[in-house]
Design a protein around this ligand. Structure first.
Ligand SMILES: Nc1nc2c(c(=O)[nH]1)N[C@H]1C(S)=C(S)[C@@H](COP(=O)(O)OP(=O)(O)OC[C@H]3O[C@@H](n4cnc5c(=O)[nH]c(N)nc54)[C@H](O)[C@@H]3O)O[C@H]1N2
Ligand SMILES: Nc1nc2c(c(=O)[nH]1)N[C@H]1C(S)=C(S)[C@@H](COP(=O)(O)OP(=O)(O)OC[C@H]3O[C@@H](n4cnc5c(=O)[nH]c(N)nc54)[C@H](O)[C@@H]3O)O[C@H]1N2
Ligand code: SF4
Ligand SMILES: [Mo]
Length: 761
């Protein structure tokens, strides 16, 4: 067993050395190399050795120091005083009082009244793992995170089509002949490795096609062969018309469908209600363009599609996911090179399936998560089962979830709130206790956004800086909370500590034997690994021990995928070899490799065929024939896209107004015709009113938007206790959104479709 190759690195102060890590500003987590000077990140470049990004970065990574040394970083636990201000306390006091506060709620009302939100943002998913132990120690049951305001509808649809929600598809853009983006602007938002390079390659190759469905002429649309500039919120009609063209005009792959899918006749029957001309008109796209796009998809050798917030956060969200997926399925683009495939995963982001319902409103729980828009309703009530306390970790829900005002009110109504973050966020400012965590460059960290195919990557990043004084890793915070709550004691750990001293082989055997003897201890696995195997990995490396457990789980489920990636061994030794490779690959590694046919093995329907029909969504589809997206109320003639990704946005991970070199440009984008009819010049001020709020903002005239459609960037409008001049920090979009505007099925918000009124100021 090799000892840590990094133990001596955690104190590195050498300014000439490049350190391997990753950018944590979006889900792609490109490998980067950085140079440091004391506690600053001074240089950043793409890491060519990273198997996914291979040297690629976008412009945002260059300014990571604004995260590491961000404004309002926390460096001591804080306790709220009765007047609402905070006082610093020491860690022992903090752990004792937080544990006591949570235990009191548990003892008086039951552990299931304590709600967990977050667990990881774009680059840090280990906290969500460690917090599992604290949650179990308290008997907590309900949780949520940002996925339940974007992706849960899509996951559920996957479950219906492929037999389990864990059957998540990976678009093979690197090999595809036809890439389609629906409500997705990968030029800015990425979503797959090396996005800009790949988009340009497809765009420049006359034999390959790029199709964009977006109301705005985005940077991606500018590169596209075909841009269907759909009316905002009208995708369901457009996708319905495309499906009818496929089925009605002989473009569906009938032979392939007969072999791989069930109920094609029922689907054809459902699509019979579609009047192609009329539906295209409702969608605002000429039918000739829709036919051209549909034919291009059908005739391409392969096609891969990515749907994102433009349809997931708009009317008919879950229905749209179904219709979008039917397009690649009807053209036989599943389980093939250049198409859509079911990938492996390391770790998991959402827990459990879709059993149960929320305790107060009885709302669907999808992927183990309560829909974010339902959270306030589960608190602001006198229902006996309401949530009474909350743990928030690596997330900023008061800023990022719909209806910030009501979210703030809900936090105010809780008996006890603790926030674990690196910075004094909008959410932390509503907490009873704030616990300061080490930054992602001060501890071992990783992302579970491992969704690639045929090769899937994992990157365990080693710490580069010493923890900022006063901060702890989440692993240590949860270990201390578990100990304080009496979850387990030294005696429980003795056999594991003794085995760890003899090496990882002995540890592996002892681990499973101990858990069989003491199943209770198994509830706390992440912190138990951290406490027992951790020290054997070398001082400062203890957190990495949790990956040993995840490696063992991975090889128990998918041993062949790991072997195809070059990991050798049998049983526990295979898992240990995988861990060793993860632990020593400072630039990331390939943990699984699949042939395309593997997708069919991964199907969870009994006959391994795709189930085309989803009963729950049929009625909504049929209603499209008799409804029209142009029927609007007169009070709010504009559609606001509240939260567009731009080059200077990264959710709320960077809390430093200085990180944008140029003048912010955080204004409202608006079409020239609309600006003219409002009598406004570029930079002019406008009052924007929604049913939930109003604000005054500058406008930025842009012909990329169609008339009647306006957009604001995401992640802006942060407030900084330490910045005196907080002018020009933009608009916080969720002061304008309402929790009521949501998908009827998944509860996902309509952030891309907020009705609005504009007046010149
Ligand atoms: N630069 C940057 N990149 C990011 C992030 C960031 O904050 N900044 N955040 C990351 C995260 S968490 C996520 S989830 C992804 C999101 O990535 P995207 O979904 O690509 O991001 P958005 O810009 O919010 O929305 C995508 C597109 O939806 C379009 N749209 C609006 N209304 C409609 C509609 O009715 N129909 C259709 N078809 N399209 C519509 C918008 O014009 C926009 O171009 O980005 C990730 N990447
Ligand atoms: N109106 C509107 N609202 C939106 C969107 C939109 O398009 N429109 N987009 C939505 C989407 S898709 C998403 S994913 C959400 C994202 O919203 P959130 O899930 O709230 O995520 P972030 O804004 O990235 O916040 C991450 C938090 O983690 C903290 N953090 C960073 N590193 C660490 C660490 O190592 N440890 C700990 N403990 N904390 C850390 C940061 O300080 C920050 O407070 O926003 C959503 N909100
Ligand atoms: S923001 Fe995303 S795409 Fe850009 S460098 Fe960071 S991880 Fe890569
Ligand atoms: Mo997101």
């Amino acid at each position: 067993m090799s000892h840590s190759s990094f133990a001596n690195r955690t104190n590195a102060k050498d300014t000439s050395e490049w350190h391997q890590t990753a950018c944590m500003l979006c889900s792609i987590n490109c490998g980067v190399e950085i140079k440091i000077d004391d506690r600053r990140i001074t240089r950043v470049r793409g890491d060519k050795a990273h198997p996914g990004s291979r040297g690629y970065t976008c412009e945002k990574a260059l300014r990571l120091d604004h995260y590491q040394n961000g404004k309002d970083r926390l460096s001591a636990p804080l306790r709220r005083r009765t007047d609402g201000t905070y006082e610093e306390i020491d860690w022992d006091t903090a752990i004792r009082e937080v544990a006591a506060g949570l235990a009191k709620v548990r003892d008086e009302h039951g552990g299931e009244k304590i709600f967990y939100y977050g667990g990881g943002a774009q680059g840090n998913h280990l906290p969500g793992g460690f917090s599992g132990a604290t949650r179990k120690a308290l008997g907590m049951r309900y949780q949520s995170n940002a996925l339940a305001q974007e992706k849960t509808g899509e996951f559920w649809v996957d479950g219906q089509l492929y037999g389990a929600m864990s059957c998540h598809t990976s678009p093979d853009f690197h090999h595809t002949d036809c890439a389609v983006f629906v409500g997705k602007n990968p030029w800015h938002s990425h979503g797959f490795p090396r996005a800009r390079v790949t988009l340009k390659e497809i765009s420049n190759d006359p034999g390959r096609h790029l199709i964009v469905i977006d109301p705005r002429r985005t940077e991606t649309a500018d590169l596209a062969d075909i841009h269907l500039q759909v009316r905002p919120g009208a995708d369901a009609w457009l996708l319905g018309a495309m499906l009818k063209i496929l089925v009605g005009e002989g473009l569906a792959d009938r032979k392939w469908l007969a072999r791989h899918a069930n109920r094609f006749d029922d689907l054809t029957e459902m699509l019979s209600i579609v009047d192609i001309e009329q539906w295209c008109e409702k969608a605002g796209v000429p039918s000739a363009e829709v036919r051209h796009a549909t034919t291009t998809i059908a005739n391409a050798k392969s096609c891969a599609i990515f749907e994102d917030l433009g349809i997931q956060m708009a009317p008919h969200s879950t229905l749209n996911s179904w219709l979008e997926k039917l397009i690649y399925i009807l053209t036989g683009n599943f389980g093939n090179k250049g198409g859509m495939n079911l990938h492996t995963r390391m770790g998991k982001l959402a827990g459990g399936g879709s059993r149960g319902q929320s305790p107060v409103g009885g709302h669907r729980i999808l992927g183990g998560l309560i829909a974010c828009n339902h959270i306030p309703g589960e608190i602001l009530t006198d229902h006996p089962d309401r949530f009474r306390a909350m743990i928030v970790e690596s997330s900023n829900p008061i800023h990022s979830l719909a209806d910030s005002q009501r979210m703030r009110e809900a936090f105010g109504a809780l008996d006890f709130v603790v926030v674990i973050d690196v910075a004094m966020t909008e959410t932390a400012r509503e907490a009873d206790y704030v616990l300061p965590a080490c930054s992602q460059y001060e501890k071992w960290e990783a992302t579970f956004f491992t969704t690639e195919f045929p090769d899937n990557y994992f990157h365990l990043r080693q710490p580069i800086f010493e923890p900022l004084e006063g901060t702890l890793t989440e692993a240590e915070i949860h270990r201390r909370l578990c100990r304080e709550l009496g979850a387990y004691d030294d005696e429980d750990l003795e056999p594991l500590k003794a085995a760890a001293a003899q090496g990882r082989e002995a540890y592996g055997e002892a681990f499973f034997a101990t858990l069989a003897d003491n199943p209770e201890l198994g509830k706390y696995t992440p912190v138990v690994l951290y406490e027992t195997l951790g020290p054997a990995l070398g001082e400062g490396n203890e957190v990495a021990a949790v990956m040993w457990g995840l490696s063992q789980i991975f090889v128990s489920q998918d041993p062949e995928a790991a072997r195809r990636a070059g990991i050798e061994g049998e049983g526990l030794a295979l898992g240990d070899a995988l861990f060793e490779k993860i632990f020593t690959s400072s630039s990331g590694m390939v943990f699984s490799t699949d042939p395309y046919e593997q997708t069919w093995e991964r199907m969870r329907t009994p006959d391994h065929k795709i189930n085309l029909m989803i009963e729950e969504l049929q009625e909504e589809f049929i209603s499209l024939a008799t409804t029209d997206p142009r029927d609007q109320t007169d009070d709010y003639p504009f559609v606001l896209s509240a939260g567009e990704r731009r080059s200077y946005t990264a959710n709320t991970a960077i809390r430093d107004p200085q990180w944008r070199r140029k003048k912010p440009g955080t204004g409202l984008r608006i079409n020239p015709e609309d600006a003219e009819s409002l009598g406004l010049d570029d930079g002019g001020k406008v009052r924007l009113t929604t049913k939930r709020g109003e604000t005054v903002t500058e406008i930025e005239i842009s012909s990329t938007l169609q008339p009647g459609h306006v957009s604001l960037p995401n992640g802006q409008g942060l407030t900084y206790p330490s910045v005196a001049d907080d002018t020009d920090l933009g608009i916080s979009p969720n002061e304008l959104t309402s929790e009521e505007d949501r998908d009827w099925f998944a509860g996902t918000p309509w952030h891309k479709h907020v009705r609005a009124r504009l007046e010149k100021v």
